[in-house]
Design a protein around this ligand. Structure first.
Ligand code: HEM
Ligand SMILES: *[C@@H]1O[C@H](CO)[C@@H](O)[C@H](O)[C@H]1NC(C)=O
Ligand SMILES: *[C@@H]1O[C@H](CO)[C@@H](O)[C@H](O)[C@H]1NC(C)=O
Length: 524
């Protein structure tokens, strides 16, 4: 005969054990944290890279985690640092995640960025981005050096020039669609900038001119190159979250899977087609094939790694640039004085009346670049860069009152470099929440501006994005006046309310606007 133990007793005992374990672990972390002020969390977000839903590790298991769909980070400005009174704060969670430190201190951030051995990137969390093959984003240490060495020459002067030309073509395609309309109302301008950025990355990335509207399907394929790229870009978040079998379950996810397969097929074909002719192209893909064939030290990427890198250029370069352009349009609509000044500037600095700059004119477009930078300062698409601490170390910072403090950083901690908070830290930026592109024309604090990260691992596509942004803005503002679309529902709102409405975000890999309702009115 067995003694019946009531289910409720088992449940209670389990709950107590879980609670005790949590308390014990939490106490350990509190001790290590040595009084650094900051947040206390039930559930940590440190495992959540790329803002896939935050996860909860189930006690007594090694790998099991609970996904509960709550997010406490996102577009943080300096507020939380203000609240805790210093520029490095901690986040101590009850769950099994490591201690976490949040940084908005320019000097400390530079130290972390420069010293890659002490603060490596937590690459295990990026493995999901190896869908096509290992690449620049998912590697660290000596492996990363090989990837960087072979990919870097692709981002050359020739390729920058191509970015300029492809952006002009994309904008001309857009204006062609808008032709004949005095004003164009966009319920969400992001949808347009996503299309524009896609055309540019297909052109300058793959040497593929794709149309603004649908593209024909070539023989041997079930969808066009453009559709495949669109599906991959749009569906990446789902693809890295769901297991393969689950992708088969809905029509949309099945199509996303097909998009991945098709894109791979296209890339394999391109490798074969261009094996003997890549010299004739200037796009990133061909340049990468060329660099891979000719490295003097005999370093070489596999075909999968070449494809993996091109895929990562596509993912890293598409939404980031598209969202920045959408944010810029919204800011210019909110600040008509800046927009008029920008218009005057373009009229006097771009010789072509279409507003399309030549490649040689791009470096002179300082005010356009300042508008682009000021947009990135206020709304960096990548708000957070994770690093880890490879050793017990310390970082220096100051309190909001200016008193120096040394923060102990235990080995194994996660460090979150929060660009959006650094960019609004009043220690570096006057009137940090105001949109004032002029600040980039004078002396500005270079070390407190990290939209593209910094150090050896900074964004390899920075010039690509800057050229695309400057050319697109020049053409857009030269030809159209942008305003916030009138909407009777919001007739009585204040400026601040309107700004908050436009810049409502959610995070899908990068900061994504909910919707940017703007109207473009032809200037002539
Ligand atoms: C406004 C547009 C862009 C922004 C804000 C941006 C931002 C960033 C940031 C913050 C990082 C560092 C990420 C980290 O350390 O976790 C990064 C890395 C990277 N970006 Fe960009 N990026 C942009 C455009 C592009 C474009 C156009 C491309 C390629 C065509 C690109 C390719 C990459 C790659 C390959 C890396 C990894 C570099 C490495 O680890 O060595 N990005 N980007
Ligand atoms: C990085 O940190 C290591 C270990 O603390 C130190 O030996 C090295 O000098 C640092 N390098 C740089 C460039 O700061
Ligand atoms: C904008 O920022 C970049 C660095 O990200 C810099 O190289 C460029 O000069 C800045 N533009 C202006 C007008 O200051």
């Amino acid at each position: 005969m067995s003694i019946p133990i009531p289910l409720s007793t088992i449940f209670l005992a389990g709950t107590v054990a879980i609670a005790l374990q949590a308390v014990w672990r939490y106490q350990q972390k509190v001790t290590k944290n040595a009084g650094t002020p900051g947040m206390k969390l039930i559930i940590s977000n440190t495992r959540q890279i790329m803002a896939i839903m935050p996860v909860f590790k189930i006690p007594f298991t090694r790998d099991w985690m609970f996904n509960i769909g709550l997010s406490w980070w996102g577009n943080h400005n300096y507020d939380i640092f203000e609240k805790y009174g210093q520029d490095i704060i901690s986040a101590v969670s009850v769950d099994g995640a490591p201690l976490c430190y949040l940084l908005a201190d320019a000097e400390a951030i530079q130290e972390v960025l420069v010293n890659r051995t002490r603060f490596p990137k937590p690459i295990e969390t990026y493995k999901i981005l190896e869908l096509f093959g290992r690449n620049l984003v998912t590697t660290e240490g000596d492996d990363w050096k090989v990837h960087r060495k072979i990919t870097a020459p692709s981002f050359s002067e020739k390729s920058n020039k191509m970015v300029c030309e492809e952006t002009v073509t994309a904008m001309e395609g857009l204006f062609e669609l808008w032709k004949g309309q005095k004003s164009v109302v966009c319920s969400d301008f992001t949808e347009t900038t996503i299309k524009l950025a896609l055309i540019v990355i297909c052109g300058a990335g793959f040497g593929m001119r794709v149309p603004m509207l649908a593209q024909d399907v070539p023989p041997g394929h079930e969808m066009s190159f453009k559709s495949a790229v669109e599906l991959v870009s749009d569906g990446i978040q789902i693809k890295v979250t769901l297991p393969d079998f689950a992708m088969k379950l809905t029509k949309y996810t099945a199509r996303v899977s097909a998009g991945f397969a098709e894109l791979r097929k296209y890339m394999v074909e391109m490798i074969q087609d261009r094996a003997n002719s890549y010299q004739n192209y200037n796009d990133l893909f061909s340049s990468l094939l060329a660099a891979n064939a000719h490295d003097s030290e005999g370093l070489k990427l596999t075909d999968d790694e070449v494809i993996g890198n091109i895929f990562i250029f596509l993912i890293a370069g598409h939404e980031t640039t598209a969202h920045t352009l959408a944010f810029a349009a919204a800011l210019l609509a909110l600040y008509p004085d800046v927009q008029e000044k920008l218009y005057e500037f373009i009229c006097t600095h771009v010789s072509n009346p279409s507003g399309a700059p030549t490649y040689n004119e791009v470096p002179q477009l300082t005010y356009v670049s300042a508008v682009f930078n000021e947009t990135l300062r206020l709304y960096p698409p990548v708000t957070l860069m994770p690093k880890t601490s490879a050793e017990d170390t310390t970082l220096r910072t100051v309190t909001t009152k200016g008193t120096p403090v040394t923060v102990p950083i235990p080995k194994g901690s996660i460090l979150h470099l929060i660009s959006s908070a650094l960019h609004t830290n009043p220690r570096y930026w006057a009137e940090p929440n105001e949109f004032k592109p002029e600040r980039f024309l004078g002396n500005w604090p270079k070390h407190a501006f990290i939209p593209f990260s910094g150090g050896a691992r900074s964004c390899i596509g920075r010039r690509f994005a800057e050229i695309e942004g400057v050319v697109a803005l020049s053409m857009l503002i030269r030809n159209y006046r942008v305003t916030i679309t009138d909407d009777p529902r919001f007739a009585g709102e204040t400026f601040e309310e309107r700004k908050a409405r436009l810049f409502k975000m959610h995070i899908v890999i990068t900061q994504t606007p909910e919707s940017i309702p703007v109207t473009f009115t032809r200037r002539t």
